[in-house]
Ligand binder design. Structure first.
Ligand code: NAP
Ligand code: MG
Length: 505
């Protein structure tokens, strides 16, 4: 990716033209104030240009925040039912035009690397989350009451104002779906900053959403965070920041927000443990769920299974079963129907995971790189890594301690459940976890002992996510919760209206 000035669209691979996406500020698409764009290439074929996104400037940040601020009064004055109606309209419009959905899906696949099935899933999930937030209208509209001498108090809530929504590259539309509908439903206006590594399909999608709302309600700034990130977070008219991304950037965002005492929600990294108990049901379907938990989106998922702890009595069975599942997977161009796993999104992320694999190999671990590669030349050129299983690593190795965010899974074993819980909790992260057992009581008892914001049973990751429940982490995995009803009311602050008892009648 390089910063350049606006280049006209050019033919690329005959499937789609290189696209150019603009910013969206105050109700219309516009170029960056200095006309700059940057280019995005296909991670499967790094020389293939996919498109150019506008590279916002600090002036654009100011214009976007001011537009959101100006729109706030009108948008926040609507009733919940009125906002829900608009959100439902957006949900319908997002998937109404099948051709448009298919084209955006392909574009998303080419700029990101993930397979078409997943890009489509993200696009549909975004619509579903608009519908889900809208469904809270009635519950949101009812205030709580604390009544009885000496006071009667109405506990109501009000939106926070302009919210900055910062989205990472790995699941850009699903994660947008965990912030944007909720922020809007709560009555905020927003400035969205997609990641520079996956900006084209998100920008196109956001433009469609923004166009269905009054000017200024949704504003979109693509570009590089090093140019505009701090200006957005520190803007005095930004009243709330909802950030998803890495621990280091999250920590920085919190510091920058502190100057203006702007509250933050941070969804950060994870290093999720799965505990496979002695009584787990381990059939082909279970191994497929385990595979998806660890390797969906080439493992670039915050809530992916990243450490697998197996009861010693079932260890070899899990190794064999998971290896067989991984061996069946086809690794290649996400645009092809038969592909199960695409490349990683970028060279830096590929290096993070391959360095961890190499460290484990150098330490003497058995490392199995599985899967089938129909196109070796593509594999060599693109940012690919096959699904990789690392056997019995020393718990001090990076592949166990750190977030790999790629297709490599360490498999360890345990003898007692106490041992499994201790190992699972021995992490600075606390995002998600999973327990695999046939016994519901054991499942819940073990889950309660895990330091995590979410525990899946006999599954793991996005395919098993119940979006009606709050989602987020403990420890370095973050602060606050997105999704569910809680995900909407975090975009509001409490407001108590109180009188002497009996005064309201
Ligand atoms: P990242 O480097 O932290 O970037 C996240 C977002 O923050 C991007 O849009 C980035 O923009 C922006 N950003 C960077 N510096 C900023 C600043 N000073 N002010 C404002 N925004 C700034 O993370 P990533 O590499 O995109 O995503 C991978 C990480 O996200 C992993 O650690 C993963 O676990 C985590 N994640 C967590 C969750 C969760 O829900 N807990 C979900 C998904 C991902 P640029 O792209 O322009 O740098
Ligand atoms: Mg790890």
């Amino acid at each position: 990716m390089s910063v350049s000035h606006r280049t006209p669209p050019v033919e690329t691979d005959g499937i789609d033209k290189a696209v150019v996406t603009d910013l969206w500020i105050d109700g219309s698409a516009r170029e960056a104030s200095d006309g700059a764009t940057y280019s995005i290439h296909n991670p499967a074929r790094p020389t293939e240009l996919v498109g150019h996104a506008a590279s916002a400037t600090v002036d654009d940040v100011d214009a976007a925040v001011r537009a959101a601020h100006a729109a706030y009064r009108g948008w926040s004055a609507l009733s919940y039912a009125e906002r829900a109606e608009r959100l439902n309209r957006i949900a319908e419009a997002l998937v109404a035009d099948e051709e448009d959905v298919a084209r955006r899906s392909r574009l998303f696949c080419r700029e990101h690397g993930k397979i078409l099935k997943e890009t489509l899933l993200e696009i549909t999930r975004l619509g579903d989350r608009f519908r889900q937030s809208a469904a809270y209208a009635e519950r949101l509209a009812s205030d709580e009451r604390v009544s009885g001498p000496p006071f009667d108090t109405i506990v109501t809530r009000q939106p926070r104002g302009v919210a900055a929504l910062v989205v990472p590259w790995n699941w850009p539309l699903s994660i947008l779906g965990a912030k944007l509908p909720q922020a809007l439903m709560a009555g905020n206006t927003v400035v969205v900053k997609p990641s520079r590594n996956s900006a084209l399909a998100p920008a196109q999608t956001l433009h469609r959403i923004a166009a269905l709302l009054p000017p200024g309600v949704v504003n979109v700034l693509t570009g590089s965070a090093s140019a505009i990130g701090d200006a957005l977070i520190a803007h005095p008219l930004v009243r709330y920041v909802n950030f998803t991304g890495s621990v280091d950037v999250g920590r920085h965002v919190m510091k920058v927000a502190a100057d203006n005492l702007t509250p933050v929600t941070l969804e950060l990294g994870g290093n999720d443990a799965a505990i496979v108990c002695a009584d787990a049901k381990l059939d082909e379907a279970a191994f497929l769920r385990m595979y998806l938990g660890a390797f969906m989106s080439s493992g670039q998922v915050c809530m992916a299974l990243k450490r697998l702890y197996v009861h010693a009595s079932r260890h070899d069975e899990v190794v064999d079963g998971l290896t067989a599942t991984c061996e069946r997977m086809i690794v290649g161009d996400g645009l092809l129907e038969e592909t199960d796993m695409g490349p990683l999104n970028n060279a830096k992320q590929l290096k993070v995971v391959t360095d961890m694999i190499e460290q484990a190999r150098a330490a003497g671990c058995e490392v199995r790189e599985c899967g089938q590669v129909p196109d070796e030349a593509l594999y060599a050129d693109g940012y690919f890594q096959k699904p990789t299983l690392v056997h019995r690593p020393d718990p001090a190795l990076d592949i166990v301690r750190e977030e790999q965010f790629g297709p490599a899974l360490p498999i360890l074993s345990f003898d007692t459940e106490d041992e499994a819980v201790a190992q699972a909790n021995d992490s600075r992260f606390g995002l998600c976890s999973s327990v695999w057992t046939e016994d519901p009581e054991r499942a819940v008892a073990l889950s309660r002992r895990l330091e995590a914001g979410f525990t899946y049973l006999n599954a793991h990751g996005p395919a098993a996510q119940d979006g009606r429940a709050p989602f987020g982490g403990f420890k370095h995995s973050g602060i606050g919760r997105n999704l569910g009803y809680e995900g909407v009311i975090q975009f509001q602050g409490y407001h108590s209206i109180s009188a002497p008892s009996g005064w309201f009648g």
